[in-house]
Unconditional design. Sequence first.
Length: 304
Amino acid sequence: MTIVGAGMVGHTTAHWLAVDQVADLVLVDIIEKMPSGKALDLLQATPVRGIDVKVVGSNGYEETAASDVVVIIAGIARKPGMTREQLIDTNASIVKRVVEQVTRHSPDATLIVVTNPLDAMTYLTYKVSGFARHRVIGESGALDSTRFRAFISMEVGVSVEDVHAMVIGAHTDKDMVPLPRFAHVGGVPLSHFVSPERIEAIVARTRRGGAEITELVGTSAFFAPGAAIAQMVMAIMRDKKRLIPCSVYLEGEYGEKDVCIGVPVVLGSGGVERVIELPLNDQEQAAFKASVGAVREMLTALKL
Ligand code: APR
């Protein structure tokens, strides 16, 4: 499999994937020599950990040929005070060029899109690749949901293993749709443990989950994004049929068409094998509609 964009998120993703021995890895970046150096560093760690995967780096696409999964992380990351939406022009032209190369060398791949603004870049990738919609998947809810789960676990004082929660909608601070009503701790509804006021506070912190880190570190996050990507790759490569919220092209689900946005899907060897339509209440439905509206507005800025 291939990771295009061997920066912070790219190499962290490679690290998580290598630890789990998910697949042989090819790292691609435009910065000369850098991907080969990072690949070599990771490869040199494999004897210590007993990891049987090959890792190579490249500035081209020859080595990526016939990849089954390609993760697209190439682009610029946001700096403190920036929104993900402000990256659109620069990242759109980068992603377009990358998708053209990737699809030429790996016509049967499943594409995982990570570059921000996420829902717009997933839509762009779907259009430029010409791939079926089940093979173009944006990482959004996978990341936002693990942040939501971490904050719930901290609040409730129960292991993250038992905390299940999801975030759907756009991958933006303002328009993501955390779903506390569907959250549970070992099967017990979240509302049993936490007051409505505290749930609101957790939701607010989840929305700013990425921004909080960007303010602290000075550039955008990488451990959680990398882990969430690895979870998606693993679900596909090992045909795990995991239920994970991801950004996908809708064809009528949730009453929406011709837009990519986060919804719960089942990920397996076929990529997106099912889109799960949740029984949203009026308030959740309204939040999701507003979120779709925000993504559509962003799509108007895309030059396809
Ligand atoms: N082809 C290949 N790689 C590219 C290209 C290109 N055309 N253009 C840029 N890159 C590479 C950069 O050289 C850099 O190494 O993409 C990498 C991005 O890495 P970072 O700058 O470290 O950014 P990172 O934090 O990893 O975020 C990358 O993911 O989460 C999103 O918002 C984030 O869109 C951003 C992306």
